[in-house]
Design a protein around this ligand. Structure first.
Ligand SMILES: Nc1ncnc2c1ncn2[C@@H]1O[C@H](COP(=O)(O)OP(=O)(O)OP(=O)(O)O)[C@@H](O)[C@H]1O
Length: 315
């Protein structure tokens, strides 16, 4: 279990993490979602004792990272896959990690097998593809057989096969009863990987719910309706208090109305009882990514403006 309470981190004038409170439970994958610069990496680094909080606490199974007697046996992390010494073989790298953490070297072969790197164990890690480096990072995170695992954007830059492999692996680790926190800036990826979501924007908590609740709540569902009597339809719908948007040019045959917060049943009923002919009546679901952008949109704009200010200052 990970417990984050009132966690805050400022870098000069930047509040990277702003009074964050959330709990990550064992047995399920929890997605840590937010646009670039939202504060995900900084939060993870504070949980792992790599950054000191300005205020607040982050506990792993009830203890601060620095108080853990054998950290690798309690928590494993995959932050940056490319930190391995390039001239060291995968096996030598893991043996060095094991030795410096009091872990028996027999565990090295075990984790190499778990992540599917046995065949290339003797090869230099510097020549590994990104996918292989991620697997090696994962092997390192699993060395101490920890109950808590943190992954920072683990699928970034991977090919589809690598993405599916990492996704399934994280789900398996959670199914074994471990606590798994994985960050991403893509809601579509998290919808496939995680069961619970902690969403942040500009360092602040936006949502802490199941993926299903978040998706249901945030994705806009609308009804698209086409009719040869579009004007009449528009006025009866608005007279029923519905919000209506135009879709396409009014003069074209493809012109349609998009009705918010209603159902095909209700609209069909209204049209029928007013003698209006319909040529199309369809419910449509907004894309997850659109919904996510809308929710965190302010935060992305804030960061874009921030960059311009910095660039403007430099020029
Ligand atoms: N060492 C640092 N010094 C100054 N500012 C920092 C430092 N680390 C992070 N920041 C700033 O803190 C904010 C949060 O960054 P962070 O890397 O935690 O976000 P993130 O959600 O992980 O984004 P990304 O996916 O782009 O890494 C950003 O505005 C970033 O510029």
């Amino acid at each position: 279990m990970i417990e984050v309470r009132g966690l805050t981190k400022t870098f000069g004038p930047t509040k990277a993490v702003d009074d964050l409170t959330f709990t990550v439970k064992p047995g399920i994958v929890t997605g840590f979602l937010g646009p670039n610069g939202a504060g995900k990496s900084t939060t993870m680094r504070m949980i792992l004792g790599l950054d000191r909080p300005t205020s607040g606490t982050a506990l792993i199974d009830g203890q601060a990272y620095h108080d853990l007697k054998q950290p690798l046996r309690t928590v494993g992390a995959l932050l940056d896959a490319k930190w391995v010494h390039p001239n060291r073989s995968a096996k030598a790298h893991l043996q060095w990690m094991a030795a410096s953490n009091g872990i028996p070297s027999s565990r090295v072969d075990e984790v190499l097998r778990l992540v599917g790197l046995t065949e290339v164990a003797g090869k230099k890690a510097g020549g590994f593809s990104l996918g292989m480096s991620q697997r090696l990072g994962l092997a390192g995170a699993l060395l101490g057989d920890p109950k808590v695992l943190l992954f920072d954007e683990p699928v970034n830059g991977l090919d589809p096969e690598g993405i599916v492999w990492i996704r399934k692996f994280m789900q398996r680790l959670a199914a074994e009863g471990r606590t798994v926190l994985v960050s991403s800036h893509l809601l579509s990826e998290m919808a496939l990987t995680a069961e619970h979501l902690v969403v942040i924007g500009r360092g602040r908590l936006i949502s802490d719910t199941t993926v299903k609740e978040f998706v249901d709540r945030s994705s806009e569902s609308t009804v698209r309706v086409r009719s040869p009597q579009l004007d009449a339809l528009r006025s009866v719908l608005t007279s029923h208090g519905l919000t209506v948007r135009e879709d396409g040019h009014a003069a074209s045959a493809a012109a349609a109305l998009v009705v918010l917060d209603s159902t095909t049943d209700a609209i069909g009923q209204i049209a029928g009882s007013n003698g209006i002919v319909l040529h199309e009546l369809a419910s449509q679901q907004g894309s997850l990514e659109d919904a996510f952008m809308k929710l965190t949109g302010d935060d992305v704009q804030y960061h874009a403006a921030g960059v311009e200010e910095v660039m403007g200052g430099a020029l």
